[in-house]
Design a binder for this molecule. Structure first.
Ligand code: GLA
Length: 354
């Protein structure tokens, strides 16, 4: 119904950062900044019709620049980790930036897409859209090929936030784009997410080592705390004496959807907060989701909006993706993009009430 642009802050080098607010007839509101293409606010009603902001994040630009956690950001070139920060593609070995645990590469490297200013184009209408584009030069953060990326955020009439990802390259490369929004359906300032119920259409997950690099095993969820095929609360099996949960301090794992990648987005996850009545349905055509239960949310220097303190498991991410470190495991999903191919996928976060 409307889209509006406002100043959000200025980078040290003088570049201006803007915030874009999308509104629909139903009264929902979505805010995105062009720094990192970050989703900084989603205001949707509870069962009484009261809006709350269900996205964790900050009030000011400085925290988006210096605070950790990739709050709300678009992630690229490669979502999650690349073990040893290297990979071999078509016989050639590439080294990518090390920015995690002194050895691995996380979320695109030192200056990933989360730290870029994206070009923004506003499209007004019943379902307002923000089209974000950027070009990543050949060799950026060590990745081969020039990459042209387009991400479109749409707020639909039925309170869905649709994220369309698109990219093309000029040399063979690897790619894994996602969004790193932190959700708390009670509102960003309502504490732990242990009472949220989650259903995931995932029959296996990827165990990791202590630095969160997948071991290579694709393990069935059956009989483990990772079984969300029947809806349960996040707290129910949050048991850090379980080896995999203990290594990560909670859920921080790639869950693999039944049957893998699909042509069209299909329903793969449902998150429900019975207290507020808010529910979020997640549709995607990607093969996996990284379910991260906010196990590093403890940086006291960067409180959330309105000075609400960070806190472990105060929010969670559902990052649709291909498998982390896929290029280093022959049994993992394909993550190679070649010239002439189009990288294209859609994730929908649909908000409703129960
Ligand atoms: C991802 C990772 C986590 C963590 C966060 C950022 O979701 O899987 O381990 O690095 O990003 O804090």
């Amino acid at each position: 119904m409307s889209i509006e642009k406002k100043a959000f802050g200025i980078l040290a080098d003088g570049r201006k950062v803007s915030a874009y607010t999308l509104r629909n007839e139903a009264g929902a509101k979505v805010k995105i900044i062009d720094f990192g293409g970050a989703l900084v606010q989603i205001k949707v009603p509870d069962r009484e019709g009261n809006n709350a902001d269900v996205i964790c994040g900050y009030d000011q630009l400085d925290s988006y620049i210096n605070g950790d956690g990739y709050q709300g950001a678009l992630i690229g070139r490669f979502g999650n980790r690349i073990g040893g920060s290297k990979f071999t593609l078509d016989g050639k070995t590439y080294k990518v930036s090390v920015n995690d645990n002194g050895v691995n590469s996380l979320h695109g490297g030192i200056c990933g897409f989360n730290a870029k200013i994206w070009n923004a184009e506003m499209v007004d209408g019943d379902e307002p859209r923000l089209i974000l584009t950027l070009t990543s030069p050949d060799g950026e953060e060590g990745y081969p090929g020039k990459l042209d990326v387009k991400v479109t955020y749409t707020l639909t009439a039925n309170n869905s936030v649709v994220i369309d990802y698109y990219a093309v390259c000029d040399k063979p490369t690897i790619l894994n784009l996602t969004n790193h929004a932190y959700f708390n359906l009670g509102g960003y300032n309502s504490g732990k997410i242990f009472d949220h119920k989650l259903w995931l259409d995932a029959d296996s997950y990827l165990p990791t080592d202590e630095k969160l690099i997948p071991t290579g095993e694709i393990r069935s969820v059956t009989g483990t705390p990772f079984d969300f095929t029947t809806e349960k609360t996040i707290g129910q099996d949050f048991d850090l004496t379980n080896t995999d949960l203990g290594l990560a301090g909670g859920f921080d794992h790639c869950f693999n959807f039944k049957g893998g990648e699909t042509e069209e987005p299909v329903l793969r996850g449902i998150l429900t907060d019975e207290k507020s009545g808010r529910q979020m349905k997640m549709y995607t055509n990607q093969p996996c989701v990284q379910f991260y239960s906010g196990n590093f949310l403890n940086n006291e220097k960067y409180p959330f909006k309105n000075n609400y303190p960070q806190g472990l498991q105060n929010a969670l991410c559902l990052e649709t993706q291909k498998m982390p470190d896929a290029i280093n495991h022959d049994n993992f999903t394909d993550c190679v993009l070649r010239p002439g191919q189009e990288y294209k996928y859609t994730t929908i976060y649909e908000f409703g009430v129960i």
